[in-house]
Design a binder for this molecule. Structure first.
Ligand code: NI
Length: 173
């Protein structure tokens, strides 16, 4: 496994719609492993393929939240098949928008259909932090970031901050 570089907003690759995965081959399994390692290293609870610059429909997550225990998950071709009318507000952050946290309103519970690492079709219900995480990560595969739910003014301020951060990081490299 190896660490991949996480793209920082703004980046055109973070605005693209990703391509469906047809065949979960060795290369994609390696990508999933690398994404998990990159996510744990960051650290974060979710990471979508475009965040490491590859435009495939997959994301990884681990919402176990317990020290010393891990529940790595890989979801290919995720789709929401049902979402609750009840909405919930959770604070969200993103590894591509470091150190910014904002409250975002989304459906409280969703059902998601996806394929696991073995290509098996699964349908699963997520609520709480899980619902927030899978909806946030699915958005990434459609070129949508959590700051797109904020006002244009707030988003503009955050984007300006990120441009500055990128410039600083480029100088340090
Ligand atoms: Ni994110």
């Amino acid at each position: 496994m190896s660490l991949r570089k996480i793209l920082i907003h703004p980046d055109p690759r973070l605005k693209k719609t990703c391509d469906p995965v047809i065949d979960i081959d060795a290369e994609l399994r390696k990508l999933a492993d690398d994404m998990l390692e990159t996510m744990y290293d960051a650290p974060g609870i979710g990471l979508a393929a475009p965040q490491v610059g590859t435009l495939h429909r997959l994301f990884v997550m681990d919402i176990s939240g317990k020290e010393g225990s891990s529940e790595p998950r890989v979801l290919f071709n995720p789709e929401i098949t049902w979402s609750s009318d009840i909405m919930n507000v959770h604070e969200e952050g993103c590894l591509s928008i470091p150190d910014i946290y904002e409250e975002i309103t989304r459906p409280d519970t969703v059902r998601m259909r996806f394929q696991d690492i073995d290509g098996k079709q699964i349908e699963e219900e997520f609520d709480g932090i899980g619902a927030t995480c899978v909806q946030h990560e699915l958005d990434h595969l459609n070129g949508r970031l959590f700051i797109d739910y904020l006002s244009a003014m707030k988003r503009g301020m955050i984007t300006k901050k990120m441009k500055k951060l990128k410039k600083e990081r480029a100088r340090d490299e």
